[in-house]
Design a protein around this ligand. Structure first.
Ligand code: HEM
Length: 431
C-alpha cells in the first residue's frame, strides 16, 4: 500500500532553538534567573495588559534565565499571526516542547505538510462520525454523572471522564486491563509535557518520556488490528483513511497523530478544565442552573463565558521564519512569539466588566479579533465540535437531576497550564 509522503516545508530549516537575542526590543527588565516570571505566573492576563499599556502591542518578557520571548497582542496579532496568509509562523517551532513527546502530529506540522495531514483528519470529525462518538460516549458520561454525589472535586472527576472518553472513543479501547494500563501512562505524559527537559532518571521529564514510549508501543501494537478492523472509533477511521490517490498514512504518522490527538483532546486537560470550571461557575450562579433547565440551548453561552474567563489554552506559540515588522517593531527571524488569549479576554476595551461572569454577553457576537478560545486559521482546533458535544452531553445529563452548590474557593494556577491550585469541590445534591 502506497503511503502519503512527507512534504518538505520552509520551517524544516528553522534552527533547533529560538533566537536568544531580542535585547533591542522594548519590554520590562527581568531578573537574571527568574526573568519576569514572578509577575507573569500568578495571573498572566492583568500583568500583560499592564505591559501592553506601557510598551504597546508588541514587547518582550523574560522567562527562566531571563530568556526573552515576544508577546504580541491586539487585533493585528490575531489577524496576521493566526491567519498567517504569508506562511511565516511555524506552529512546529512554537510547540517544540510538545514535539519532543508527540512527534509530528498536526499541531507540530506546518504549511503544505500540515494541510495534507489535516485533510486526512477532517473526516474523523464529520457529522456522521461525531454522531457515532456521541453514542459511544453517552454510557461513559451516564456512569460518571451517576457517581457525582455530595462534595466532589470536579477537576479530578472531569479529568478522569475526559480521559475515559478519549481512551474508548479515540483509541477504541473498551474498559478492561488495556484501558487500565493506558490510563496512568496518559496521565503521566500529560503531567510531564511542560516540565523542564532534564534527561535524568527520576525527573518528571524522564518519567513522562518513559510513559510516552510505553504508550507509543501500545498504539503501534494496536495499529495492525485497526488497519483491518471495522470499528467506529477514531483510531480505526484514521488507520483506514485513504486519500484521493488511494494512499494511506504511514505507520509512524498514524502513531504520532494518535499520540497528538490524545494530548490535544485534553490539551493538558482543556475539556476537563472547561467542564470543571463550568460546574464551579454554575454552582455560584443558581439562577443560571434554573435558566439552563428552561433554555438548554444556552449551554453554549455558559461554555463561551467559561472559556473567556478561564481559557484552557493561555498562549498560542509560534516561531517566525522570516524577519517581519509588528506594530512598529522589527523582529529577527526565529523569535519565539506568543499570542496571549486570556489577556484579550480580560481587556475592558474588548469585554465590558471583564471579571464578571455574564453569559448573556454572548447574546451578541464578540468584537472581531477578540475571542478565539479554539484558535483560528489553519491550526484552529479540529476537536472544537467534539469538545462542545462532550460538554453539552455532560450538562444535559446533569442539570435538572442535581443541584450544584459551591464549596471551595476557585484558586488557580495559570501557567504552564491553567489548573486548580487546590481541591475544587462542588456540592451535588440530587434534585
Ligand atoms: C475546551 C476544549 C478545547 C479547547 C479550548 C481547545 C483549544 C485549542 C486551540 C486554541 C488550538 C489551536 C492551537 C494553535 O493554534 O497553536 C487547538 C488545536 C487543536 N485541538 Fe483543541 N481544544 C479543545 C479541545 C479539543 C479536543 C476535544 C480535541 C480532540 C478531539 C482537540 C484537538 C485539537 C487538535 C488536533 C489541534 C491541532 C489542530 C491543528 O494543528 O491543525 N482539541 N485546540
Amino acid at each position: 500500500m502506497k503511503t502519503i509522503p512527507r512534504i518538505p516545508v520552509a520551517s524544516d530549516d528553522l534552527p533547533a532553538k529560538p533566537t536568544r537575542s531580542l535585547d533591542h526590543l522594548p519590554g520590562p527588565r527581568g531578573h537574571w534567573l527568574k526573568g519576569n516570571l514572578e509577575s507573569l505566573l500568578p495571573n498572566p492576563g492583568p500583568f500583560l495588559l499592564e505591559m501592553q499599556a506601557t510598551y504597546g502591542n508588541c514587547f518582550t518578557i523574560g522567562m527562566i534565565l531571563n530568556r526573552r520571548v515576544v508577546i504580541w497582542m491586539g487585533e493585528t496579532a490575531h489577524q496576521v499571526m493566526l491567519t498567517d496568509r504569508e506562511q511565516n509562523f511555524s506552529s512546529r517551532g512554537g510547540w517544540d516542547v510538545v514535539a519532543a513527546y508527540f512527534g509530528r502530529n498536526i499541531l507540530t506540522r506546518d504549511f503544505e505538510d500540515h494541510r495534507q495531514h489535516r485533510q486526512a483528519m477532517t473526516g474523523l470529525f464529520k457529522r456522521d462520525a461525531l454522531a457515532r462518538y456521541e453514542e459511544m460516549m453517552q454510557p461513559i458520561i451516564d456512569d460518571a454523572v451517576d457517581r457525582l454525589d455530595g462534595s466532589v472535586d470536579v477537576y479530578v472527576e472531569m479529568k478522569r471522564l475526559a480521559l475515559e472518553i478519549a481512551i474508548e472513543v479515540f483509541a477504541g479501547v473498551a474498559p478492561g486491563p488495556t484501558a487500565d494500563a493506558i490510563y496512568p501512562d496518559l496521565v503521566q505524559v500529560l503531567d510531564s509535557v511542560l516540565a523542564p527537559h532534564i534527561r535524568l532518571p527520576g525527573t518528571r521529564h524522564w518519567k513522562g518520556m518513559s510513559a510516552r514510549n510505553r504508550l507509543k508501543r501500545r498504539i503501534q501494537n494496536l495499529l495492525r488490528e485497526r488497519r483491518e478492523g471495522d470499528g467506529d472509533d477514531l483510531f480505526t477511521r484514521l488507520a483506514r483513511h485513504r486519500d484521493d490517490e488511494g494512499r494511506c498514512l504511514a505507520d509512524e504518522d498514524v502513531v504520532d497523530h494518535m499520540l497528538g490527538m490524545l494530548f490535544a483532546a485534553h490539551d493538558t486537560t482543556a475539556s476537563a478544565m472547561a467542564m470543571a470550571m463550568m460546574l464551579a461557575l454554575l454552582a455560584r450562579h443558581p439562577e443560571w442552573q434554573q435558566r439552563l433547565i428552561e433554555e438548554p440551548e444556552k449551554i453554549d453561552w455558559i461554555l463561551f463565558e467559561t472559556l473567556r474567563l478561564y481559557s484552557p489554552v493561555q498562549f498560542v506559540p509560534r516561531r517566525n521564519i522570516n524577519a517581519f515588522g509588528a506594530d512598529g517593531i522589527e523582529l529577527p527571524p526565529n523569535a519565539h512569539v506568543l499570542l496571549p488569549m486570556q489577556a484579550s479576554h480580560m481587556n475592558p476595551a474588548c469585554f465590558t466588566e471583564p471579571k464578571t461572569f455574564d453569559p448573556e454577553r454572548f447574546a451578541h457576537p464578540p468584537k472581531p479579533h477578540t475571542f478565539y478560545p479554539f484558535g483560528r486559521g489553519a491550526h484552529m482546533c479540529i476537536g472544537m465540535h467534539f469538545a462542545t458535544l462532550e460538554v453539552r452531553a455532560v450538562m444535559t445529563k446533569l442539570l435538572g437531576r442535581h443541584q450544584l452548590e459551591p464549596i471551595d474557593e476557585i484558586d488557580l494556577d495559570y501557567l504552564p497550564v491553567i489548573r486548580p491550585l487546590k481541591r475544587l469541590a462542588v456540592g451535588f445534591r440530587r434534585a
